[in-house]
Write a new protein. Structure first.
Length: 204
């Protein structure tokens, strides 16, 4: 079985669902730990038909052969769903399906009680929250990197190069409070000072 980068993307994004808290109102949250702990068995049940369907049904292989072929023991862990990934040099590399317990649970940062998404004074606050969320997710990081490449590594306000990703400040060309959305065409990266200057001008 050959794996592609898409497999890792789907698995990682799926497991990230179990990182987040369920929040009740604006006060408290409960981590999805019970479901998180059940994930290994759910993954085994999800992947077992693939190995069985591929070889046991089509190739007439026994259950014992299929399990030895697709699941292996690594260290103290058993039932690791594995496959072969070709490196850039064309060499075979055995990889294991990531475990749910390896995904760090991230606690949800509650929105400030006085924050108002319809108030222009809070626009930069919600932009900062959006950027933090994107930086914590695989697809979000890809989007930020794509914005950086689209801008050829430069701030669209001053035209100067970013030294590193810590200088990125996500900005909505049309503020969300004024009808803007989070589409690709409405997002850009700015230096912190440039961002604050533009926000002060638009806010006034």
């Amino acid at each position: 079985m050959a794996w592609s980068p898409d497999h890792a993307t789907v698995l990682t994004e799926g497991l990230q669902y179990f990182q987040e808290e369920e929040t009740f109102g604006q006060q408290s949250g409960v981590v999805r730990r019970p479901r998180h702990n059940r994930m290994p068995m759910l993954i085994i049940r999800f992947t077992e038909p693939y190995g069985g369907g591929r070889d046991a049904v089509i190739g007439g292989k026994s259950d014992h052969w299929v399990r030895n072929r697709y699941w292996r023991t690594t260290g103290k862990r058993s039932w690791n769903f594995s496959g072969t990934l070709l490196t850039r040099k064309g060499e075979s590399n055995t990889v294991d399906l990531m475990k749910a317990v390896d995904v760090r649970i991230e606690r949800h940062v509650l929105i400030q009680h006085e924050a108002n998404p319809h108030n222009p004074l809070w626009e930069s606050y919600y932009e900062e929250r959006l950027q933090q969320k994107m930086e914590s997710q695989f697809l979000g990081r890809l989007t930020l990197r794509a914005l950086y490449q689209r801008q050829k590594g430069r701030c669209l306000a001053c035209g100067e190069l970013f030294n590193d990703s810590s200088e990125w400040h996500l900005h909505h060309r049309q503020w969300r409070v004024y009808g803007g959305d989070e589409s690709w065409s409405n997002l850009e990266l700015l230096h912190g000072n440039c961002h604050r200057q533009i926000d002060s001008e638009v806010g006034n």
